[in-house]
Design a protein around this ligand. Structure first.
Ligand code: BGP
Length: 486
């Protein structure tokens, strides 16, 4: 029997809310990321921050200067009621959003939460529920209180596990009966590729990250995930717990045995490692070799392993945007992708940002995740980042986004026929928000346009794109007929 799917849309606090220093909120790791034009090769400075970059940002904040897009997001904090009304009109079944840890605990290590932060999210949960939508909560979506980076060195420090469980307990004790699905972390594999976003690690000024610190941080986040699930099952047993990774749909660039082995080995460390720990409840064998080969030391206790075995998640989730070709050779043109770079695949098209459009990859990933975990799967992010144009008559025509969605929905239907237990699909960036990777406004994902640019200029008024009506009608037709159809 094929499950009736839930159709949704997503935002993330740091990319959407803005009001970074309003209502008692503390500074977080996203507030200090500067905008750099993508044409410059400085974009790494926006993603992998050094100590000097953090100091410069703090000085800019004190002086009220500089272009830090996550400080303003797309002003969701001020537009809450209006935006929820749009989502209700859209008719989505479920809304994915994240709580800003620094809004509840400005420094992250306080004992008591910030009352203004509690009051804000009371409004959010009430508005979502009043609109008849289910909630899909991301407990933290890349935004770590900056104090935890500066005073504790981010997730390298096991102390963050206790701080995080304290924060999560406040969330579930206050809103647990309104949390239908949740993720302890967004893309918990990102800490390897984006240590600043993923695990709050400052990049050394003159060299690479200490990989023992990176993998200790990942392990500590896995322990925190399991501790949160243990607590949630006491406090709010009806909520469904998930683990989420960025899906890396890898293809060997050639049929050489070495390229094929590379695909398997890279998939293990880049994607399956968190899934095996958090969904399958094991510390996977292959990490021993990886640690040995890279001279990595990670402190893993018997108690940690017992937590993994006893508190694995209820469902599995991934973000899917693109696929990547890997090769051991030097052949092939490099291209970009979500979190990693790879070789250009001649069989698929790519976006202006180099992200390859591969709907069949969605079906491949759904089968691969279900095959590995035998747990229901929620697609928690998928969407098309594009340069949408606001016409003189106030319309925005984005047929390319409707086509992207249709081609991916067709593959979800095929995966269901394959026997994969799919829970639902959550479109990324249901409303235009700041790009996590590039800090741009110009890379738009939403079915709702926000009139703002990379420098923060604009009215921030909301305008429905053509894709708004397309998605609204698709969802209504699906629930009327029980089938994915166009
Ligand atoms: C994922 C993040 C999202 C979102 C998405 C799109 O890694 O979980 O926050 O940003 O990527 O990426 P970008 O915004 O860089 O286009």
């Amino acid at each position: 029997m094929t499950r009736e799917l839930l159709w949704g849309g997503a935002t993330a606090s740091s990319q959407y809310e803005g009001s970074f220093n309003i209502g008692g909120k503390g500074i977080d790791t996203q507030d200090v990321r500067p905008y750099k034009p993508r044409t410059s090769n400085a974009t790494k400075e926006t993603r992998l921050l050094t100590q000097s970059a953090v100091e410069r940002a703090k000085a800019d904040i004190a002086a009220g200067r500089g272009n830090y897009p996550f400080q303003r997001g797309t002003k969701g904090y001020e537009h809450l009621e209006e935006d929820i009304a749009y989502l209700k009109e859209l008719g989505i079944d479920i809304y994915r959003f994240s709580i800003s840890w620094a809004r509840l605990f400005p420094n992250g290590d306080e004992i008591e939460p910030n009352p203004e932060g509690l009051a804000y999210y009371d409004k959010v949960f009430e508005a979502v529920k009043a609109a008849g939508m289910k909630t899909f909560l991301t407990l933290t979506h890349y935004a770590l209180p900056l104090h935890l980076v500066e005073a504790y060195e981010g997730w390298t420090n096991r102390a963050l596990i206790d701080f995080y469980e304290r924060y999560a307990r406040v969330v579930f004790e206050r809103w647990g009966d309104m949390i239908d699905f949740y993720l302890p972390f967004n893309e918990i594999n990102a800490g390897y590729f984006s240590p600043w976003n993923g695990v709050g690690l400052i990049k050394p000024e003159d060299g690479p990250y200490d990989m023992s610190k990176v993998f200790q941080s990942l392990h500590n986040q896995f322990v925190a995930s399991a501790r949160v699930i243990r607590m949630q099952r006491e406090v709010s047993p009806a909520s469904q717990s998930g683990c989420m990774v960025a899906a890396f749909c890898y293809y060997p660039y050639t049929c050489s045995p070495e390229d094929n082995l590379l695909k398997l080995l890279d998939e293990q460390v880049n994607m399956w490692y968190p899934v095996d720990v958090l969904a399958n409840g094991i510390q996977p064998y292959y990490m021993e070799r990886f640690y040995r080969d890279h001279d990595i030391t990670v402190d893993i206790t018997e108690e940690d392993l017992d937590l993994f075995a006893r508190y694995s998640c209820d469902f599995v989730s991934f973000s899917f945007y693109t696929s990547s070709c890997l090769t051991t050779g030097e052949n092939g043109e490099q291209t970009a992708g979500n979190l990693v770079c790879s070789v250009r695949n001649p069989y698929v098209e790519a976006t202006e940002w180099g992200w390859q459009i591969d709907p069949v990859g969605m079906r491949t990933m759904l089968n691969a995740f279900y095959d590995r975990t035998h747990k229901p799967i929620f697609i928690s992010e998928c969407g098309l980042g594009a340069r949408d144009v606001l016409e003189d008559d106030g319309s925005i025509h984005d047929p390319y986004r409707c086509e992207y969605l249709q081609r991916h929905f067709e593959q979800i239907a095929l995966a269901q026929q394959d026997g994969v237990d799919v829970l639902g699909f959550i479109m990324w960036g249901i409303i235009d928000i700041v790009s996590a990777g590039s800090c741009e406004m110009g890379k738009r994902y939403g079915v709702i346009y926000v009139d703002a640019d990379d420098e923060g200029s604009g009215t921030y008024r909301r305008i429905k794109k053509d894709s708004f009506g397309w998605y609204r009608d698709f969802i209504a037709r699906y629930h009327r007929t029980g089938a994915i159809s166009f």
